[in-house]
Every structure is written in C-alpha cells, then in structure tokens.
Unconditional design. Structure first.
Length: 562
C-alpha cells in the first residue's frame, strides 16, 4: 500500500494541545495537521471524550462519595503555632504520625489519600489510553479468530530485496527449506515473533505482551478494497529487543488482520499482506506449509497480488503516482494508492474539496483508475466537556529547559529564539515531507519490482525519486547553515560514522529517513517542542553528528539515483 500520510503528532502532544499547553508555533502545526488527518481527529475526539468522562465522574460520582466538608477553617497559622509550642519536645516521627492516630484527622487523611489515588488512576488512564485501546482491540480480534473456523491463508512476504508467498493456517505444516524463508524465519525467532502464524492478532498480541517497555498508537485508515469502509491500525514501538516497532492493520468489519509491517533495529523490515491467490514471480519463492489444505474462494486481490494478466499493471500505478506528484499530493495529503480488483484505487479521508477537485482533474481521464474520497466520521461530543475544550490557549506554560536557555542566550533574546525556532521547524517539516515521499516510492518499488519495469517507467520512477532527493537537500542545507554555528558555540562536535555499503537506492532511502527522523527528534528537544529523555548536556554534539549522518546518507542516495 502506498501512503502519503505525513508525520502524526504524538498522543502527548494532542493532550497538551487539548489542554492549551503547547507553544504557539507547535499548536499551529498540530491544528494544521488536524485539518487534513482523520485518524488524528478521531484520536483527539477520543481524548476529549475521556476527559469529559473524567470530569463527569469527578462531579457525579466522586463528589457524592466524599464526606461533607467540616466547619469553616480556623486561623491555621495560629493553630500551627500552638501545636508547635505543645509538641516542641517530642520527636519528629511521633509528631508526623500523631494526626493518623486521632479519629478526627484520620478521617480526612484517608479521604485525602483516596482522592489522590483516584487522581492518579485518572491520570494513568489518560496517559495509557492508546495502550488500553490496543490491548482491547487485539483481545477482540483474537476472540473473533478463535470463534471462527481455521482456514488456509495466502500471505505475501516482502523484504528489501526479496518476495515470497506462504500458505499458513492448516495443520501439518511443512518446514521451510528455501534459504530466503529460513533467513526470514530466523529474524522472527530473534524477535520472539511467531513464524508459524505471523499475520495474526494472536501472534502480535503475544509479542506485544512480552515487551518490557512499549508505546502504542491506534488509528483508522480508509480501506482501499472497500470504499466507505475503514481499517484499524495498531503501531507498537518497543523500548528494547531485535524488533524496534511493528504495525498491524485489521479490517474494521471483522477484525481480520490483512497487513503487517515489522521494522528491526538494524533498519531491515518485513511486510506481510494477505492475498487471494499466490502469484510466483521471478524474484520470489513460494513456500507452502500445507499443500493439501482446501483453497479459499477467490477474493479481490490486494496490491501485491494485483500483478496478474488482465488487471491494471504496476505501470498504471506508477503513472497515477506521477500525476499526484505533479500537484504535490505526495507531500502530506492523506491519499493512498493501491492496485485492487483490476484497477488503481485512489482513496482518501478528509480531503478538502478544493484538493479533491485537483486530484479528480488529474486522474479522471486515466484508464483503470477509480477515485474514492470519504468524509471522517463526526467526532463524539462529551456530555460535559472539560473547561479546556472551550477555549484552548496555545501558550508555553512549562519552564524552558537548560538547552533552550543556552540557545536563547547564544541568540541574544527570546524573540530571536522564537523566530529561529519557527524557521527551523518549518525547514524540518519540508525536509521530512520529502523524506517520507521518497521512502513511499522506495517501499512500493523495491529493487526486484523496479527491475521488472520498462525503460520508460524506470526513468519516470527515478525522475520522481531524484526530484524528492534534490528538494530534500535544500531545507537540510538551510538547517545546517542556521544551526551548526550555534551548536559549535555550545561546544558541540560531530563524530564520524561509517556509512552502509548500499548498492541500490531503495536501502539508501531507508538509511536517509532514519537519519532525518533522528535530526527531527533532537531538534524538537533542543527547541522545547518535545521533552527530552535525559540530560541535554551532550545534545549539541549529538545533533551535529546526526546532521552529518543525514548529509552523508543524502549524498549516498543521490549518488545511487544518478
């Protein structure tokens, strides 16, 4: 599946936006993103609903359970003075425990502790909402799978340079003997991910439950095979282990897993997609775990199974991507392009009317192309919205960090720091849009798929990739020119890194995106847009090294594209 979705704000950023605690420039970026991103609007609506329910609980439930307030407070300072005089000779431990031994004070101590516990639970639930949603969604999907019959499934497995088809879901599975399959199986074993049934909610749940530290994201995307329908997407980021993150896509209608992507810490990745029938090509191998199992009825093929006689060829998909590229619809618009049912499906949720018209004008005259836009579901309005929902005030409330203070002192004034930050974030946003668009091309057309294209299509693909790479170079150079002198003045120095020996541009793009994300992360911490994980004393050196890596990966990518 081809996705042009841009970067999504984290849940913490959405919650701070809801409470009016984001800096003005960051709040504007989140607000601009929410206008075109249905999943983030849905997540914001869920946060609003959760906050509203907490307020309702505090007023309607907790308020009725707490005891009635005592008589009006006396002069507490005079009372404290009298207590101090009376207990001056007693040990501190006895003085601290005395209130809990008296009936009058003990009742209020218990009530205060109970209120504190309830507040902690509410905060924990707010902070853990995506994790709770992910766990509940996976549990439902596992229950649905266990309730139905176990059927044979064809799964397309794709890596950087290889594709294979597996048949799973039947007893008596045969062991894989193909070297490519054994290498992938070894990766699954190292990640503690079930290879016997890799594309399943049960296997994903087992891997996720085994993590010591994790962060979950839950959202919805349009279903390219069923216009008007949606899919759930669960993304889990692991704090440790061979597998850095995994994404599972479930069909909303029946919670059936249809896609999965595993990203490893060495930048390798594996994509799994359910297909109707296996299609063996020159660059892939078919591995059957039970050849005698009954074959399922034919279904509309997915993107990876669509390269069959009589269907829209991948060349048509490339032409559609080129048309979208010409109007910049591959730079953040929530548009997805897939091959399905003999057509190139172009879908999107929450696309502005003017943008829809542009896309229709470009694509309506093309053969084998179907365009389907849908509007996001209306957000649920809580019965008692939180006060922060009515008038958010996107102003910086937290104290600046040590690194922010150092940068501001280096620039000369707070006003100059704000201007400097805004400009850097704009350049970074432009660079990341190009990086993600470039990665979308690399993932859709890996080396094996590109080799099957005709000369004209290969030239068109390379031209688009080169344009993105060249456009990426400009904001990266602007960032370097502006920030490198500041980082060096703060004592930063870059460390050398040995580059990967890439021979194709697609793997080089993966390295480039990883380096760009590292720069974005460090830049956000330095400018106070995101909280840091620890000490920021070494941040200038880390950011200089990250910029140097990004420049090197960018040069490597452009060299291979030439």
């Amino acid at each position: 599946m081809s996705s042009f979705l841009g970067r999504h704000p984290e849940e913490g950023a959405l919650l701070r936006y809801l409470d009016g605690e984001l800096a003005a420039r960051r709040a504007k970026r989140v607000e601009r993103h929410l206008r075109t991103c249905a999943p983030c609007r849905s997540e914001l609506a869920e946060l609003q609903k959760t906050v509203g329910e907490c307020v309702h609980y505090r007023r309607g439930v907790l308020g009725t359970l707490l005891p009635a307030p005592p008589n009006p407070w006396p002069d507490i300072y005079r009372g404290f003075a009298q207590v101090d005089e009376a207990l001056a000779g007693e040990p501190l431990a006895v003085r601290l425990l005395r209130p809990f031994t008296r009936a009058g004070y003990g009742r209020w101590a218990v009530a205060g502790l109970a209120a504190l516990a309830v507040s902690g639970v509410v905060f924990y639930q707010l902070r853990q909402t995506p994790s709770v949603q992910a766990a509940a969604l996976l549990q439902r999907a596992v229950a649905v799978a266990q309730a139905g019959p176990r059927a044979q499934r064809h799964i397309r497995i794709r890596t950087r340079d290889r594709q294979m088809t597996r048949v799973v879901g039947a007893p008596g599975a045969a062991a894989s003997v193909e070297p490519a399959a054994q290498a992938i199986e070894a990766r699954f074993a190292a990640a503690h991910f079930d290879w016997a049934d890799p594309l399943s909610a049960r296997s994903y749940q087992a891997w996720r439950d085994g993590l010591e530290g994790k962060k979950d994201e839950v959202g919805t995307v349009a279903d390219p095979q069923a216009p008007g329908q949606s899919r759930y997407r669960i993304r889990t980021i692991a704090a440790a282990g061979e597998l850095a993150e995994a994404t599972l896509t479930l069909r909303a209608a029946d919670l059936r897993p249809v896609e999965e992507r595993l990203e490893f810490r060495d930048s390798e990745w594996i994509e799994l997609t359910e297909i109707a029938e296996p299609v063996t090509r020159s660059d892939e191998v078919s591995v059957a775990t039970n050849a005698a199992a009954p074959v399922r009825p034919a279904e509309p093929p997915s993107r990876l199974a669509a390269i069959t006689p009589g269907t829209a060829p991948i060349s048509d998909e490339l032409q559609v991507l080129s048309a979208l590229h010409q109007i910049g619809a591959d730079l953040g618009d929530p548009v997805e392009v897939t091959l399905s049912s003999g057509k190139v499906m172009v879908t999107g949720v929450g696309i502005p009317a003017a943008r829809q018209k542009q896309i229709h004008e470009r694509l309506d005259g093309m053969a084998n192309v179907a365009v389907q836009f849908t509007e996001p579901a209306p957000a649920a309005v809580p019965a008692e919205p939180a006060t922060a929902n009515t008038a958010p005030a996107p102003t910086r409330t937290a104290q600046p960090s040590a690194i922010e203070t150092r940068v501001e002192r280096q620039l000369g004034s707070h006003a100059e720091f704000e201007r400097f930050s805004s400009q850097l974030l704009d350049w970074d946003e432009a660079a990341m849009a190009r990086a993600y668009a470039l990665r979308a091309l690399a993932q859709k057309f890996p080396g094996g798929v590109e080799a099957e294209l005709g000369a004209g299509d290969r030239r068109l693909l390379r031209d688009m990739a080169r344009e993105h790479a060249a456009a990426l170079a400009k904001p990266v150079a602007d960032i370097e020119e502006a920030i490198v002198p500041v980082l060096k003045a703060l004592g930063g120095s870059a460390e050398a890194r040995q580059l990967a020996n890439n021979t194709q541009w697609q793997p080089a793009v993966e390295d480039l995106v990883r380096a760009a994300r590292r720069v974005e992360e460090l830049l956000s911490v330095m400018l106070g847009v995101a909280p840091g994980d620890g000490s920021t004393a070494t941040l200038p050196a880390e950011l200089l090294s990250a910029l140097r890596d990004l420049r090197a990966d960018q040069d490597d990518c452009q060299r291979l594209l030439r």
